[in-house]
Write a protein that binds this ligand. Sequence first.
Ligand code: PMP
Length: 361
Amino acid sequence: MTSFEDLPIRDDLRGLTPYGAPQQPVRVAINVNENPHQVPEVVARRIIEAIARELPGLNRYPDREFTALREQLSVYLGHDISPEQVWAANGSNEIMQQLLQVFGGPGRSVLSFTPSYSMYPLLTQGVGSTWVPVPRADDFTLTAELVTEAIEREQPDITIICSPNNPTGTATDLSVIAAAYEATDGILIVDEAYAEFLPDGEETALSLLPGRERLVVSRTMSKAFAFAGARVGYFAADPAVVDAVRLVRLPYHLSAITQAAATAALECSQIMLQQVDAIREQRDRLVRELPALGFTPWESGANFVLFGGVDDPAGTFSRLLERDILVRDVGIPNTLRVTAGTRAETTTFLDALAEITNAGK
Ligand code: PMP
């Protein structure tokens, strides 16, 4: 059988493994930080109507500038962000890829603070840039000193700060993000895929945008918005960044159906976001209840919790899977990551974990 390694692929891609969070049907899927609540029926109906309006016109290419969607995104983001400052793509993964294509590329470097989102090194490789991982502090936090020292030493073309950070849940202070911006001449991307789950009153990096033309704040509709299947990510930045990204985007990259669905969903953003509080409650419950089972969760500003004290992550992962519960082993020794599910799913998970732990004693 031919393997892709037998093909004349790029030398720098040899030996790499594709992104591959296990995808399998289980009763409790709490492994990829999805929103466990379905799209509410009233919104689903609005989306169907919006898509239906587009269908006869599918013989034509869609609006390349997705004007209506950008307008809705700017309304949703607030912070005086105009539609000219907003850009969207098929998931924030594609947003990252476009940003790396235009600001990275061969001979350039991408720095991030690890452990962090596993796609950053792969996206970096994909554009032929050098990946520069800088370890976070032992408790996974970042300080102005740590980021400034690393950026001044490494002089990266692109710096990515994921906040709240996947897979640790750690939120980064805006003062640290401002310090990172000061330290670099390159682009600073703040990946805020999980921003809507931050504790009340915590500001997002959107408030730092005025006067910082090399700052990009990336967001997604996949998590809080319960829209992972639709594939819609976006960023806010100076209009010049949006202009630059037009150089690399594929023509008509957002289908008319995606644009219609996302615009309709954003028109109902309050309904779409109504489960965020319930999810935060389950996240806080995980952090509260895991210690009683002998585990050490980290504080999380996202919709998932990383917990330590797992003697055998692979074994615990399998025993949970035997019970039809899928969590994530992100490869950090003695830890597992679990997404906050519905109240019932979280109960099922905690009960199963207690059972497994007691059986091991
Ligand atoms: N950034 C982070 C930090 C993520 O965790 C994820 C998804 N797991 C993404 C970006 C990409 O999400 P999407 O492409 O669905 O927007």
